[in-house]
Design a protein around this ligand. Structure first.
Ligand code: ATP
Length: 351
């Protein structure tokens, strides 16, 4: 049995970590009795600089025939961020209807949090981020460019179907976990879209009487991710708020270099996409010191999604063991001095 995986290493450290991690994943798959057949896709900023587009015109159709997509990172100092985002990541999420972005943030044993007094196991939360609309909807425009009366309009879009899909996924997760869901909005200031969002949460909550719902405005949520992260279990938020809170969740639990994510296409048979939360990290790209573990953990989520849960759990457990081992190599973001390859080699040995 072999799964078809679309592999998009992308830019900067995305390419570095995927190149390093791939042989380890192949070994794991082989020992678990399944194969991974990759389609290597050189999409990203280098392609944009050479050919004027981040991916080919039929890129989405190419992805559709795969079982899953594994992405490194996208971003380049010479290409504006809105070009890279709108040229690759957003079209994939939107056109494959990956409506739910799931981002766990767990403080693992042996990892130091920047928060005083927090140790392994103290933080264990998961954010469900709406992934195809909200504040990232491509609705708006600019007029009168260059004049004093230049104007820019950017509208957020919340559909009942899109909102309910992510909210229901979050309630399902909360029911399986501690039965505690935090709904993050800014419905005091955004009285249309976000009050609608709150209404949907209220309606869906009636199907989950065992789940307690807390409502937080996003400014308070940002503060509480630092002040009392241990109290969160499942968090549901819009596209923009989920994006911001998950960088915060990643750093509170040690490093962006540890944070995995899944862009889930729950409806239909389009592939889901797995990628680390971090970007291309131009400040360290090319130095060989990027932490590969966010990507490894994203692969664990991918394997779980494919139904290869035993292999996914083995991988996730090996990462946890390695981080708990004070003698194991670690990259500088975790206070060590090891490179990407040394961390992957140690993990491969451990597996
Ligand atoms: P992009 O424009 O591609 O999003 P960015 O610099 O805005 O890039 P990130 O790539 O997420 O955002 O990086 C934010 C910070 O976290 C940088 O200082 C980067 O070096 C650090 N960082 C991100 N990922 C890792 C990693 N895997 N290992 C070590 N440090 C990382």
């Amino acid at each position: 049995m072999a799964y078809e995986i679309a592999l998009i290493p992308g830019d900067g450290i995305g390419e570095e970590v995927l190149t390093a991690v791939r042989p380890l994943v192949d070994d794991l798959a082989a020992s678990a009795g399944f194969g991974l057949d990759y389609t290597d896709l050189d999409w990203g900023s280098e392609r944009y600089l050479a050919e004027g587009a981040m991916m080919p015109e039929d890129g989405i159709e190419t992805l559709r025939s795969h079982d899953a997509i594994l992405l490194g990172a996208v971003g380049h100092p010479d290409v504006p961020d809105h070009v890279t985002l709108h040229g690759l990541m957003l079209p994939i999420r939107k056109r494959l209807n990956q409506q739910v972005c799931k981002r766990p943030a767990t403080l693992l044993e042996g990892v130091e949090s920047p928060l005083r007094g927090y140790g392994g196991g103290d933080v264990d939360l998961v954010v469900f981020r709406e992934n195809t609309e909200g504040e990232y909807a491509d609705v708006g425009g600019r007029e009168h460019r260059g004049f004093d009366h230049e104007v820019a309009v950017q509208s957020a879009v919340y559909t009942r179907e899109g909102t309910e899909t992510v909210v229901r996924a979050a309630f399902e997760a909360a029911a399986d976990r501690e039965g505690y869901l935090t709904n993050v909005t800014k419905s005091n200031a955004q009285a249309h879209g976000m009050v609608f969002w709150d209404d949907v949460v209220r309606e869906v909550s009636e199907d989950y009487p065992g789940v307690d719902v807390e409502r937080l405005l996003v400014d308070a949520a940002a503060m509480d991710f630092v002040r009392r992260p241990e109290e969160f279990d499942v968090v549901v938020a819009s596209n923009l708020f989920g994006d911001v809170l998950t960088d915060l969740g990643a750093i509170v639990t040690g490093s962006l270099g540890l944070a995995p994510s899944a862009n889930l296409a729950l409806d239909g048979d389009a592939p889901s996409m797995f990628e680390p939360v971090h970007g291309s990290a131009p400040d360290i790209a090319g130095e060989g010191i990027a932490n590969p573990l966010a990507t490894v953990r994203s692969v664990a989520m991918l394997l779980d999604h494919l139904g290869e849960s035993a292999a996914g759990t083995r991988l996730e457990d090996a990462v946890a063991d390695q981080l708990a081992d004070p003698d194991a190599p670690r990259t500088p973001d975790l206070g060590g001095d090891a490179g990407t390859d040394a961390v992957v080699a140690a993990l491969r040995e451990r597996l």
